[in-house]
Design a protein around this ligand. Structure first.
Ligand code: GLN
Length: 501
């Protein structure tokens, strides 16, 4: 079908998730129709390399069940809404690679808790989305299955840009209308940075809000799942299904899941927003500084009080993160030995088989992280690096606690120090240049706090820029409220024309 009846000229895959939900329940179109619209769109967009696995048959079957439920008046909260799943989430019977050759051929016998809750609530699975290998990266260039290409281009240029990382398949697919929303994960920024680069909204909830069960582990004390979608409201709807206590993850917290969608329209009247002076870093684009001020003005105009705060240990966060995260990764990735999952490369004995498998199966960035992690955990260096990094982590957490104790309800910062860069521009020589992308996001993981990235405007080259809001532990609701104010003040960022189709 062409334009859906009742929704003007908007193609079904261009609706927001909330509009699609309302259109389905009003029977303006069927789950089958909106699912087919997405399948058609993603098949035309293969050049973006966003999907690693497409599951159209499964999607249409799920949509059929949804249409039956809707007909019987038994629609579940996400009934018939087509989603993409980052390929870090185990999906039962569907190839799961974590973007790595070492998991090639792996078909999990179980479903991750987060994705299971989405299916429980009636969502439709379109397929698995590309990512940096084991979620290590900021540009999707470390995927063993090739880079994702952003649907965005600079004005008057056809240079290929990165969609951010590691959830770059998720951000590109959402921005290009190849799903209504997607799952993502964030260890140091991998939800918020790709959202910022693609003009989408992404929230990393508080550590413990979503179960990590069935998500391929990168750095377990930092990893957290969350949604990327085109609006704040859509993220709130998705997080409501993804969140919740799961006894299979001992770090998942037994707290009721609030009605996040209700919080979206709460406003910010009476809230105090902190502006941390340490986030004005050298070399930051003046456009981002301007947008940051603009964001503060928008919140003020909506009734919030804005005040400067200090988070004095900010400058140590990035170096400490690049000790803690590789340390945990080196331990988590020890399980890929060719015995239990995916790839196996034979050797002259069992140790040779391990070595050959790991040498062939892991990419350069993953090997670099394993080496750094093994080094900082080794006897003699453990105290000098790992223990110190953990101490810094405590100080970073304390900075935030003090800010919140002084009456701050949320903190406003830029999401990234720059707009999206070109493929190949940063990947090559110096890995540290890539790591600098995470300067505004890693603090939040180190402290276990919730953070949301919301598009706030375009730069002079026509590329989206995002602002980040950081909240108190388990207060995602305030983030949704403030994000909505920014989204409404900035006006929805919409994509340029589909050059790939
Ligand atoms: N870019 C950061 C890293 O490579 C964060 C990645 C993530 O959040 N998964 O570690």
């Amino acid at each position: 079908m062409g334009g859906p009846a009742g929704s003007g000229m908007t193609a079904l895959n261009e609706l927001t998730l909330a509009e699609a939900r309302d259109g389905l329940s009003a029977k303006r179109f069927s789950a089958r129709e909106i699912t087919q619209a997405h399948i058609d769109a993603l098949e035309k967009a293969r050049v973006l390399n966003a999907y690693l696995v497409e599951t159209p048959d499964r999607a249409l079957k799920m949509a059929e069940v949804s249409d039956e439920k809707i007909a019987k008046g038994e629609a579940r909260p996400l009934e018939g809404l087509p989603l993409g799943i980052k390929d870090l989430f185990c999906t039962q019977g569907v190839h799961t690679t974590a973007g790595s050759k070492i998991l090639e051929g792996f078909e999990p016998h179980y479903e991750s808790n987060v994705s299971a809750q989405l299916w429980r609530d009636g969502a439709v699975m379109l397929g698995k989305l590309n990512l940096d290998e084991f979620a290590m990266g900021s540009s999707n260039e470390t995927s063993a299955y090739g880079s994702v290409i952003s649907p965005w281009r600079r004005n008057g240029s056809d240079a290929k840009l990165v969609p951010g990382g590691s959830s770059g398949g998720s951000s590109a697919a959402v921005a290009a209308h190849l799903c209504l929303g997607a799952t993502a994960t964030d260890t140091g920024g991998s939800i918020r940075q790709p959202a910022a680069f693609t003009g989408t909204v992404g929230i990393k909830p508080t550590y413990g809000r979503c179960s990590r069960w069935g998500i391929v582990a990168y750095a377990s004390s930092l990893d957290q799942a969350g949604p990327i979608a085109r609006t704040t409201r859509d993220c709130a709807i998705l997080l409501g299904s993804m969140a919740g206590h799961d006894p299979r993850d001992t770090t998942s917290v037994d707290l009721p899941v609030p009605n996040f969608e209700a919080a979206v329209s709460r406003g910010v009247k009476g809230l105090t927003i902190g502006i941390p002076r340490e986030y004005r870093v050298d070399g930051m684009s003046p456009e981002i500084l301007k947008l940051w001020d603009q964001g503060a003005e928008w919140l003020k105009a909506a009734g919030a009080t804005v005040k400067e705060i200090s988070l004095p240990h900010t400058k140590y966060a990035l170096p400490a993160y690049y000790i803690v995260a590789p340390a945990e990764a080196s331990s988590n990735l020890a399980r890929y030995d060719g015995v239990r999952y995916g790839l196996r490369v034979p050797g002259k004995d069992i140790a040779g088989m391990y070595e050959n498998t790991r040498a062939a199966g892991f990419g350069r960035e993953v090997k670099r992280r394993i080496m750094i992690g093994t080094y900082v955990l080794s006897a003699g260096y453990y105290d000098a690096y790992y223990v110190r990094a953990q101490r810094i982590r405590t100080l970073i957490k304390r900075d935030f606690e003090e800010a919140y104790a002084s009456g701050v309800d949320a903190i406003l910062t830029p999401a990234t120090p720059s707009a999206a860069f070109g493929i190949g521009e940063k990947a090559s020589a110096d890995p540290v240049e890539m790591y600098l992308n995470d300067v505004f996001t890693v603090t939040v993981n180190m402290a276990g706090l919730p953070g949301i990235s919301v598009p706030a405007g375009l730069d002079a080259q026509g590329l989206p820029l995002g602002l980040q809001l950081i909240g108190r532990p388990f207060d995602e609701e305030t983030l949704f409220a403030a994000s909505q104010v920014i989204e409404e003040s900035a006006g929805r960022v919409s994509l340029p024309k589909a050059w790939w189709a």
